[in-house]
Design a protein around this ligand. Structure first.
Ligand code: NI
Ligand code: MN
Length: 225
C-alpha cells in the first residue's frame, strides 16, 4: 500500500493497481500548487464529509477519471444528482471493494456543503487492504468511539488531524492514537490556513516522548506500508 500526501486532508492511496483519492482539496491550496489535479489517477474518491476543504476538486477529478465516489448517503446523492457515480454508505457499515474492505466510522464534526445544503453526518474510514490496515479519521474531535476500532482490527497506520481549532490538536491526537492502538501516525489537516498552523518539531517530539512515530510528509511525498 502506497500513500501520498496531497496537502491538507488530501491523500492518494494505491493498493495493487487501484487508485484511491481521499478528500481532494488541491487546486485552491497555495501550498499544493505543484500538484496538477489533471494528472491524478482515481478509481475511487473517498469523502469524509462535505466541507469545501474536502470536496473542492471532486467534480473535476470524477468527471475526468470516472471515479466512484464513496461517502455517506447524502454526499453520494449530491454528486449522483450531478451525474457522477457513487457508492453510498453510512456509519458502521462496511463494504468489500476490489481493493479491500472499507468501513465508514464515526467522527465528531459538522458536514454542510459550501452552499449550505445538508451533507449528512461526518465520518472517517477504516480500510483493510493488501494485509495493511489504515484508519483515516477525517475531521474529528477526540472521541471514545475510536476505542471501537481496535476491537476488530489491528491498524498499521492512523491518519489523524493535528491542526487544532477545527479538529483535534496534537495532544488529543496522541490520546486518539492510544484509543486506536496504533503508534504509527500520519498527521494531516495542519498548516493550510492560519488557524491550523503547527510547530512541526514540537509535534514530532510530543509523539516521540510517548513512544509514537508522527510522520509529516511534504506535499507530493509518499510512504510505502
Ligand atoms: Ni471539516
Ligand atoms: Mn477540514
Amino acid at each position: 500500500m502506497k500513500i501520498t500526501f496531497y496537502g491538507h486532508a488530501s491523500l492518494g492511496i494505491e493498493v495493487n493497481d487501484v487508485h484511491i483519492l481521499v478528500d481532494p482539496f488541491i487546486s485552491a491550496n497555495d501550498k499544493a500548487s505543484h500538484i496538477d489535479i489533471n494528472t491524478l489517477k482515481a478509481d475511487y474518491i473517498l469523502l469524509t464529509h462535505a466541507h469545501q476543504d474536502h470536496i473542492l476538486d471532486v467534480e473535476t477529478i470524477a468527471k475526468s477519471t470516472d471515479a466512484v465516489i464513496v461517502s455517506n448517503f447524502e454526499i453520494v446523492s449530491y454528486f449522483q444528482n450531478k451525474g457522477l457515480e457513487g457508492h453510498p454508505m453510512n456509519h458502521g457499515g462496511s463494504w468489500d471493494f476490489e481493493f479491500g474492505n472499507v468501513k465508514y466510522v464515526n467522527a465528531i464534526h459538522t458536514s454542510s456543503f459550501p452552499d449550505g445544503s445538508y451533507g449528512g453526518q461526518p465520518g472517517g474510514f477504516v480500510i483493510e487492504g493488501e494485509r495493511k490496515n489504515i484508519y483515516i479519521a477525517g475531521d474529528t474531535a477526540l472521541t471514545m468511539d475510536m476505542k471501537l476500532i481496535p476491537l476488530q482490527i489491528k491498524l498499521d497506520l492512523a491518519i489523524l488531524p493535528i491542526g487544532d481549532n477545527f479538529t483535534m490538536g496534537i495532544d488529543d491526537a496522541i490520546i486518539a492514537s492510544d484509543f486506536v492502538e496504533c503508534d504509527k501516525i500520519l498527521g494531516y489537516h495542519y498548516d493550510t490556513f492560519g488557524y491550523i498552523e503547527i510547530d512541526h518539531e514540537e509535534a514530532k517530539r510530543k509523539f516521540f516522548d510517548k513512544n509514537k512515530d508522527l510522520m509529516l510528509l511534504d506535499i507530493g511525498e509518499s510512504i510505502e506500508l
